[in-house]
Design a protein around this ligand. Structure first.
Ligand code: SAM
Length: 222
C-alpha cells in the first residue's frame, strides 16, 4: 500500500542520512515501555528540527509538548554550549520519563523542563520576565494552538522561527465542518497566522512513518 511505501522510504532516508544513534533509539524504547503514546516526531523530522536550529543559530528554544523528550534531545544537540531549551509538559509521568531521557542524552543542563499546563506555565514565565526565544516548537494539545501562537508571539523577537506540528491531519484540515476539536484548533491556528501581520508562514504536507500530516513554519517579522 501507499503507507507502506512512505514508511519504507522514511526508513531508507533514515538509514542513509541519519546515523544509527543508540541513545535516541533507547529513548524511543523507554517511551514505549513506559506506556507513552508514540507521538514523538520521526527521526527524519527530528533531524529537520536539529538542522533548523543550526541554520538559524538559535540559542533559546521554547517547546510546547515534551512527551518523552525525543524532539527536545534532537534540538538540544544543535544548540551551542550556552544554548537553552524551555520545554513544557502537562503530564507528570511524561515529564518524569523525559527527565530521565534528557539525562541519558546528557543534555539536561541545556533543558529546563517545566511541568504543568502549558498556558499556566507560559503566563508564569511572562510574570518571571523570561526572555524571548529564537525558535518555538508548538506540539501539544492542538485545540490550544491559537493560544500557544499568541504566547509564541509574546515570547518572540523579529526573526523568531515558529513551527507547529500536525497541521494537515490526513487532509482533515480542509473539512470546515469537522467535529474533531484538534482539526478546529489547527484551523483557528491557520486563521490567526493569516490575520497576523507580524508573521510570515507556510505549511508543508508530509508523508512518512508517521502517516500523512505536515507542519507550519513561520517567521516573526516585526
Ligand atoms: N514534541 C514531542 C516529540 O516530538 O517527542 C511530542 C509531544 S506530544 C505530540 C504532545 C505532548 O503534549 C504530550 O506529552 C501531552 O501530554 C502534552 N500536553 C497535552 N496538553 C498539554 C498542556 N495543556 N500543557 C502542556 N503539555 C500538554
Amino acid at each position: 500500500s501507499q503507507i507502506n511505501v512512505w514508511d519504507k522510504v522514511d526508513q531508507y532516508i533514515t538509514e542513509r542520512l541519519i546515523p544509527h544513534d543508540a541513545i535516541l533509539e533507547a529513548v524511543l524504547s523507554t517511551n514505549q515501555e513506559a506506556g507513552l503514546p508514540a507521538y514523538d516526531v520521526s527521526p527524519s523530522q527530528g533531524k529537520l528540527l536539529n538542522l533548523l536550529v543550526q541554520m538559524q543559530g538559535s540559542k533559546r528554544i521554547l517547546e510546547v509538548g515534551t512527551l518523552g523528550g525525543y524532539s527536545t534531545i534532537w534540538m538540544a544537540r544543535a544548540l551551542p554550549a550556552e544554548g537553552k531549551i524551555v520545554t513544557l509538559e502537562l503530564d507528570p509521568h511524561h515529564a518524569q520519563v523525559a527527565a530521565a531521557n534528557l539525562s541519558l542524552a546528557e543534555v539536561q543542563d541545556k533543558v529546563e523542563l517545566r511541568v504543568g499546563d502549558a498556558l499556566e506555565q507560559l503566563s508564569q514565565m511572562s510574570n518571571e520576565g523570561v526572555e524571548p526565544f529564537d525558535c518555538i516548537f508548538i506540539d501539544a494539545d492542538k485545540p490550544n494552538n491559537p493560544n500557544y501562537l499568541k504566547w509564541a508571539l509574546h515570547f518572540s523577537h523579529p526573526g523568531t522561527v515558529i513551527i507547529g506540528d500536525n497541521v494537515i491531519r490526513e487532509g482533515e484540515i480542509i473539512n470546515k465542518n469537522s467535529e474533531d476539536p484538534r482539526v478546529q484548533g489547527v484551523r483557528a491556528f491557520y486563521d490567526l497566522i493569516a490575520d497576523e501581520n507580524r508573521i510570515t508562514a507556510t505549511a508543508i504536507q508530509t508523508v512518512g512513518s508517521k502517516g500523512y500530516d505536515g507542519f507550519v513554519i513561520g517567521m516573526v517579522t516585526s
